[in-house]
Design a protein around this ligand. Sequence first.
Ligand code: MD3
Ligand code: FE
Length: 203
Amino acid sequence: REERLGPGAVVLRNLARDRAAAILAAIDPVLAAAPLRRMITPGGSPMSVRMSNCGALGWTSDRRGYRYVERDPLDGRAWPPMPDLVREIGRDAAARAGFPGFEADACLINCYEPGARMSLHQDRDERDFGAPIVSVSLGLPAVFLFGGPVRKDKPLAIPLRHGDVIVWGGPARLHFHGVRPLQDGEHPLTGHFRYNLTLRKAG
Ligand code: MD3
Ligand code: FE
C-alpha cells in the first residue's frame, strides 16, 4: 500500500478512496464560489486543465507570470476556505510519508477532461521547498510522468487512479513532472473528468 518512487516521493495507493465522495462533496461549493477556469500561461496560451483553488492562498497564472494570490482574480474575493476534510487528508498523508506537522495553506484543484494534459514542469512558486506537496487523484485514471531534477531526465510513467495519494518532498520536491493527455472514460463519481487536488504550503 505504500510505494516509494524515489527519495522523497511516497505513493499511498487508495488512501483517499473511502473519503472520495465526501471530498468531492466538499469541493462542490468551492467550485460554485470559485469556478474552474483555464488559466493563461505567461506565453499567452490557455492551459488545457481547468483550475481553481481553496485556502488562504491560490495559485494563478497569467501573462505576468505564475504566483500565489490571496484573492480570486475573477472577482477579487478571497478564495473559498479549505474544507477540513481536505486539510486533514494532507496532514494525514504527509505524516505517513515522514513529514509530521504539515499544514497546507493552499489547495489547487485541477480538473482534466479527455485530452487535457500538463506538460513537464517544476513547482517552484512556493516559498519553502522544505515543505512537501500532497496530491490526491479522483475520478478517471491518468498517467503521471515523474522526471528528475533536470528537464532532460527521462520521466517514469506512473498510473494514478481514483483515491491514490502521493507525497512529494525532500529531493523529489523540485523534480520535473507532468500528466499525459487524459483518456476518455466514465467514472461513477466524476463522469468524464479527473480531479487532482494538490495541498501545498505556499506562503
Ligand atoms: C512532483 N499536478 O498541479 S499531481 C500541479 O495530476 C501538478 O494534476 C499534476 O503537477 C496533476 O502542479 C500532478 C502530482 C505532483 C504535484 C506536485 C509535485 C507531483 C509533484 C511537485 C514536485 C514533484
Ligand atoms: Fe506540478
